[in-house]
Write a protein that binds this ligand. Structure first.
Ligand code: URA
Length: 238
């Protein structure tokens, strides 16, 4: 059956459809040996040989979903020019070409989904699905209740208002506070910037859930394979 090229690439684990479009525009995709840069092309992968970066894709590859407890110090890109450790190096025994769904900063730990299913990644990342992400931030000092309420209501961040968030102070000591924050946006370094905006530096940041899918007691550096029920939990509770 004929499908749009970017959809086939995404289903084969090349990334989201948007990422696939970038690969196409960069001339990294061939059909039967011919470079294709036209986004409108429809092709039947059963009849034609589609290659990304010179490697044939197999759109029928089994879909695999992984929950990794990303340790601090690992990058969520698939390669790093600076030679820092990459998260996929932790996936021992996984032969499929999976990619992270969204990103976590080098200095953030916690739940990171990886999959070879571009459509699923697209649904999790697309703002219209409003998938919540839960973080626990250890912040310097003790944020005032009024400031916590400001973050919850939404603040101006780089010229754009953040969506309403849910915040709960879990613990306070004289030097720091631990705050749980639930957001559904995925702006770069968003949690750190939100706390910086109320004058509290984030000392440690951990993502503990996507939707209702919780990291639980999975140790740092370890992963587990996800089943259908786990995937449903990501979309539950919206
Ligand atoms: N917000 C941040 O500031 N950093 C992350 O890694 C994730 C969310």
């Amino acid at each position: 059956m004929k499908e749009r090229l970017q959809k086939i690439l995404a289903q084969a684990g090349a990334g989201s459809r948007r990422t696939a479009e970038i690969y196409i525009s960069e001339g990294r995709v061939t059909i039967d040996g011919q470079v294709v840069t036209d986004m409108g092309v429809k092709v039947d992968p059963a009849l034609h040989d589609i290659c990304l970066n010179g490697r044939s894709i197999r759109s029928s590859e089994e879909k695999i979903h992984i929950l990794l407890h990303k340790p601090v110090g690992y990058v969520t890109t698939l390669s790093d020019p600076q030679g820092r450790p990459i998260v996929t190096s932790l996936l021992t025994g996984i032969s499929q070409r999976v990619f992270p769904v969204g990103r976590l900063d080098l200095d953030t730990s916690g739940a990171l989904l990886l999959t070879n299913d571009g459509d699923l990644a697209q649904r999790i990342l697309h703002p219209s699905f409003e998938i919540t992400k839960t973080y626990v931030a250890r912040v310097a000092g003790r944020p005032a209740a009024a400031d916590i309420n400001r973050l919850a209501a939404g603040i101006d961040l780089e010229g754009r208002r953040t969506s309403p968030a849910q915040l709960q102070v879990l613990r306070q000591t004289p030097r720091y506070a631990e705050v749980q924050i639930i957001i559904h946006e995925g702006r770069k370094r968003q949690v750190r910037k939100m706390f910086a905006a109320i004058g509290h530096k984030v000392l440690e940041l951990k993502r503990i859930a996507y939707g209702n899918l919780k990291l639980g007691s999975l140790p740092a550096g370890k992963f587990r394979l996800l089943g259908e029920k786990d995937i449903e939990k990501i979309f539950a509770g919206r």
